[in-house]
Design a protein around this ligand. Structure first.
Ligand SMILES: NC(=O)c1ccc[n+]([C@@H]2O[C@H](COP(=O)([O-])OP(=O)(O)OC[C@H]3O[C@@H](n4cnc5c(N)ncnc54)[C@H](O)[C@@H]3O)[C@@H](O)[C@H]2O)c1
Ligand SMILES: [Zn+2]
Ligand SMILES: [Zn+2]
Length: 381
């Protein structure tokens, strides 16, 4: 089969690989019909993620058709159209029993923190991902769902991560009626977090980025106010001005460790590897939220950080909430919103590339060229 493979930082290509086989009775093999590239894939592509091995196939956002099932699989059959959450999880451990699917204890030899994720290095279990023609889906009775007939493929695909994560980010913000919500980052996760904040009672939603074309999308798709941080000497002061000098009730970080906006943080992390990335978006969140407010972190961070304003978070009495999204938890509510016509998730898709051209897709997304927001990958073309 054809599959995207990692060759080293900024180097990927499409190679011939063996079609995966059933390795456990509860596995399924899924023929991928549509995949996507996520902002999280960029951390792998940039070589930021430890233990990303040569030959690894990325891709944790995909839908497809069941090709084969193991002997114990009961909920799926050959030919079913399925959407697969990015988390791999057993469904029965202490953590899964409490809905913490992204923290499953049975799927990753390094499971002290994160559980299993498709195509996300050996740090998250070493499972090959879905930017390929076929993918092995472990615990097939647990994660995947049959795509309802009235849900379009592209919308189902976006629910496998970006949409569910944005919605979860807004949920963790514990938004109360009338709140002002600031979303840092106007990528897919930030756009969906901003859109979801209205569902939860926000009175104002302000999206911050420095890419004008993405801020335009935040206005048109998420109906948000926008601020370009490159146009302000100090974006935190601007956020305070916008919120009666108190700060926002809730700030959602949808940026993560590769944040722009502070040269010293960039040099100490990206160039000299003195910390696991730049904490600048997180610090803007801590500074920009009001005392007693909530910071919800969806942006991805490596384990070690040295310059996070933790003391300020303490002294302001903040609530900090974060996790990798337990994707399937958000699906019932998201189906309702889509069916009610509240929004069309696929409105954020800007590019559709054949699997054979996926390297071009990564390059456009990484360099934020050609108005790129979300790229879908079509295998078999
Ligand atoms: N927690 C989870 O389960 C989960 C799931 C998916 C993605 N993520 C993470 O969420 C983050 C966003 O993902 P995405 O797909 O939207 O990525 P993306 O790269 O498309 O978007 C990130 C955006 O942040 C902007 N940005 C950079 N520095 C900024 C700053 N200091 N302040 C405000 N905006 C800034 C960029 O210009 C870009 O538009 C990534 O870190 C990704 O790894 C986490
Ligand atoms: Zn992702
Ligand atoms: Zn589990």
């Amino acid at each position: 089969m054809r599959a995207m493979t990692y060759r080293g930082p900024y180097k990927i290509r499409v190679d011939e690989k063996d079609v995966p086989t059933i390795q456990h009775p509860n596995d399924a093999i899924v023929r991928v019909t549509l995949a996507a590239i996520c902002g999280s894939d960029l951390h792998l592509y940039h070589g930021m993620m430890p233990d990303t091995r040569i030959g690894h196939t990325f891709g944790h956002e995909f839908i497809g058709v069941v090709e084969e099932v193991g002997s114990s699989v009961e909920n799926l059959a050959k030919g079913d159209r399925v959407m697969v959450p990015f988390n791999i999880y057993c469904g029965s451990c202490w953590f899964c029993a409490r809905g913490l699917y992204s923290n499953c204890h049975n799927v990753n030899a390094n499971a002290t923190a994160v559980g299993g994720i498709y195509g996300y290095s050996h740090t998250t279990g070493g499972y090959d991902g879905g930017q390929a023609e076929y993918v092995r889906v472990p615990f097939a009775d647990v994660g995947p769902s049959i795509i309802p007939d009235d849900i379009r493929d592209e919308d189902a695909l976006l629910m496998t991560d970006a949409l569910s994560t944005g919605y979860f980010g807004a949920q963790l913000g514990e938004i109360a009626q009338g709140d002002t919500v600031v979303v840092l980052g106007a990528g897919p996760v930030g756009l969906f977090a901003a859109r979801s904040s209205w569902f939860m009672g926000a009175a104002r939603v302000i999206v911050v980025d420095h890419l004008e074309y993405r801020l335009e999308k935040a206005r048109s798709f998420a109906h948000a106010e926008t601020l370009n941080f490159a146009e302000h000497d100090d974006i935190v002061v601007e956020l305070k001005k916008q919120t009666d000098y108190l700060g926002a009730d809730v700030v959602i970080d949808a940026v993560g460790a590769e944040a722009d906006g502070n040269l010293i943080q960039h040099v100490t992390s990206a160039k000299f590897k003195l910390q696991g990335g730049s904490p600048i978006a997180l610090n803007w969140a801590i500074d920009g939220v009001r005392k007693g407010g909530t910071v919800s972190v969806m942006g991805a961070y490596g384990p070690i950080f040295s310059a996070v304003k933790f003391g300020d978070a303490l002294n302001k009495g903040l609530t900090l909430r974060m996790n990798q999204a337990p994707v399937k938890r958000q699906w019932p509510r998201l189906f309702e919103h889509i069916r009610a016509g509240h929004f069309t998730p696929s409105d954020i898709v800007t590019h559709r590339v054949p699997l054979e051209h996926i390297a071009e897709g990564y390059h456009l997304f990484s360099a934020k060229l050609d108005g790129n927001i979300k790229t879908l990958v079509v295998p078999g073309t």
